[in-house]
Design a protein around this ligand. Structure first.
Ligand code: PEP
Ligand code: MG
Length: 323
């Protein structure tokens, strides 16, 4: 079956009855974009740009960043790139950006909160992304800028204001640019407030790793609690359901870029909840596409309904398996 999955890796991912869901790759290194395309990725659904920063001894300057992002976009050849802005703090320190010691780094100055304390760093990154995405040959490259760890609309507005100012600075003649700005849904408050966010953002991508951590109050790396830290928990699924319905009501798209997106049992559930894109490690792309071809949309919706009605993650897994 793995051989069949590999054979069909460049075919689009469709359910048996033809429902399309985009399957993209998660990337930490822009040099791996070509490999992702070779494995059938239809785009990059999550570029963890903090790894671009961590690979340098000091903050990469504008030109260095442009070069890095351009490398990924060149390899993608017109496929979309979802670039997440710097997501440091918490468990991901940056040596040259010291953060005061915190008792609870996972609940502290991290993600977009940290970025907004140094808006000039965020501004340089946004500028680099825009310049990498700008039309070089009349064909702008689809650039999707994604903000990490957003808890409500205020953080999105602050970042959007910087982006809008940068867009205004670009001379009219060169303003051929295909950019969207969206947010990660990885804090429960953002899912609960999805209708207010959906009115202004261009897209959502659900980070099930952190969303599970913050919903269940279980450290995502806790060795003893790993078995209980399950993204198929009905509480997490309810938040995803709220996110998708709010997004679709406003004509916005929703991806899932956490680990759950490559879980064989979760794929039909996420498709049944209406997710438009799954972003997984490059190695998993052919397998997730193959998984999509095993069920049809009514079946997926039934599985989502079944999962949502269970009381625990264990019950969800048992119920899905029993089908
Ligand atoms: C997530 O939280 O699910 C996610 C995709 O982001 P990261 O794993 O980089 O925190
Ligand atoms: Mg996260």
């Amino acid at each position: 079956r793995e051989a069949d999955a590999w054979e069909a890796r460049h075919e689009p991912a469709r359910t048996r009855d033809g429902h399309r869901v985009e399957v993209a790759a998660n990337l930490g290194n822009t040099a791996h974009a070509q490999d992702a395309v070779d494995r059938g990725a239809e785009g990059v659904g999550l570029l963890r740009t903090e790894f671009v920063f961590m690979a340098h001894a000091e903050a990469p300057d504008l030109d260095t960043q442009i070069e890095e992002y351009r490398e990924a976009m060149d390899a993608l050849a017109g496929r979309p790139l979802v670039a997440r802005t710097l997501d440091v703090g918490g468990d991901k320190p940056l040596p040259y950006w010291p953060v005061p010691k915190e008792d609870n780094p996972f609940l502290g100055l991290r993600g977009i909160r940290l970025a907004l304390t140094r808006p000039e760093v965020l501004e340089t990154q946004l500028r680099a992304l825009l310049m990498a995405g700008a039309a070089s040959d009349g064909q702008p490259r689809p650039l999707r800028i994604m903000l990490p760890m957003v808890k409500d609309i205020a953080e999105f507005r602050a970042a959007r204001a910087i982006l809008d100012r940068l867009l205004d600075e670009i001379p009219e003649a060169q303003r051929s640019i295909d950019v969207q700005m969206g947010v990660m849904i990885e804090i429960p408050s953002a899912a609960l407030l999805a209708p207010s966010l959906a009115a202004e953002v261009d897209f959502f991508s659900v980070g099930t790793n952190d969303l599970t951590q913050y919903t269940l109050a279980i450290d995502r790396g806790h060795p003893e609690l790993a078995a209980q830290s399950d993204g198929l928990h009905p509480a997490v699924l309810k938040l995803i359901e709220m996110t998708v319905s709010a997004a679709h009501a406003q004509g916005k798209w929703v991806g899932v870029c956490g680990e759950l997106a490559s879980d064989a049992a979760a794929v039909p559930v996420l498709v049944g909840l209406g997710v438009d894109e799954l972003s997984v490690s490059a190695r998993q792309v052919p397998l997730v596409k193959a998984r999509m071809r095993e069920f049809d949309l009514p079946e997926a919706r039934e599985q989502a309904r079944l999962a949502l009605s269970q009381p625990t993650a264990e019950a969800v897994r048992d119920a899905l398996e029993a089908r």
